[in-house]
Design a protein around this ligand. Structure first.
Ligand code: FMN
Length: 206
C-alpha cells in the first residue's frame, strides 16, 4: 500500500509556514493515492531523545543482548525508524533555524541514522539501506537563500541532502518559502503551494 510519512518540526503551530506546506502536500498526496496510508509524526510533541551515553550504547548492542531498560530506551527510536522503512514517500516540514535544521530534527536524525537499520558498513564502505523512496522537504526561512551571497549560509539543504544520501535517500525535492513579514510570507507560501499542486498535476501528452 502507498504510504506517506508526513512529519513536522516547526516550533510554531497555527502560524507555521512549513506546517501549512506539509499539510498541503499531504492533502494532494491523499487525493492522488485514495487507498494510501498516512503516518503523521510531529517531532515537537514526540520527546525525541538526545544521543546520551545510554542511548548510544543501546543502539550498538546486538538485539539479543538488550536489557529490558535498553529495550525501553530504544522503543521510540525503533518506532521512528520503522515509520521510515514503512513509508515510500516522505514529506518533511523543516524550517530553517540558525542557518540549519531545528534541534528537534537533528535529534531525530541522530536516532534514525543507525548502523544496521538505515545504513551498513558492510565491506568497509557505508551503504544506505533505504531504497526506492521519494523525499519532499518543505522548508521556510526569513531570508531568501537561493542566490549569493546568502546561498553560502544555507546549511539546511546541503546538510539534508548529504545525510539522506548517506542512508540511501537520493531522490530529494525541496519546496521553499521565505519572508520577513506577513505579506512576503503569504505571497511566498502561495507560490510554494502552487509548485506542490503542479507536482501532482497529471502530465498531458499532446
Ligand atoms: C530559532 C529560530 C531561528 C531562525 N533562524 C533563521 C535563520 O537562520 N535564517 C532565516 O532566514 N530565518 C530564520 N528564522 C526564521 C524562520 O526560518 C521562519 O520564520 C520560518 O517561517 C519558520 O518556519 P515555520 O513558519 O514553519 O515555523 C528563525 C526562526 C527561529 C524561530
Amino acid at each position: 500500500m502507498a504510504t506517506l510519512l508526513h512529519l513536522d518540526s516547526s516550533g510554531q503551530s497555527e502560524s507555521s509556514v512549513t506546517r501549512k506546506l506539509s499539510s498541503h502536500f499531504a492533502e494532494k498526496w491523499q487525493k492522488a493515492n485514495p487507498g494510501g496510508h498516512v503516518i503523521y509524526r510531529d517531532l515537537t510533541s514526540t520527546n525525541v531523545p538526545f544521543a546520551s551515553e545510554a542511548l548510544i550504547f543501546a543502539m550498538n548492542t546486538p538485539p539479543e543482548k538488550l536489557t529490558a531498560a535498553q529495550k525501553l530506551l530504544l522503543a521510540l527510536p525503533d518506532e521512528l525508524a520503522k515509520e521510515l522503512l514503512e513509508a515510500d514517500t516522505y514529506v518533511l516540514g523543516v524550517p530553517m533555524y540558525n542557518f540549519s535544521v531545528p534541534a528537534v530534527f537533528k535529534a531525530y536524525l541522530d536516532t534514525i541514522v543507525r548502523a544496521g537499520t538505515t545504513f551498513s558498513f558492510e565491506g568497509g564502505y557505508p551503504q544506505g539501506l533505504l531504497k526506492n523512496k521519494k523525499v519532499f522537504v518543505v522548508s521556510a526561512s526569513g531570508s531568501d537563500f537561493s542566490q549569493p551571497p546568502l546561498s553560502s549560509m544555507d546549511f539546511l539543504e546541503p546538510y539534508i541532502r548529504a545525510i539522506f544520501s548517506f542512508i540511501g535517500l537520493t531522490d530529494v525535492t525541496f519546496f521553499k518559502a521565505n519572508g520577513h513579514n506577513e505579506a512576503e510570507k503569504s505571497a511566498s507560501l502561495s507560490t510554494a503551494k502552487s509548485s506542490i499542486s503542479s507536482h501532482f498535476q497529471p502530465v498531458v501528452v499532446s
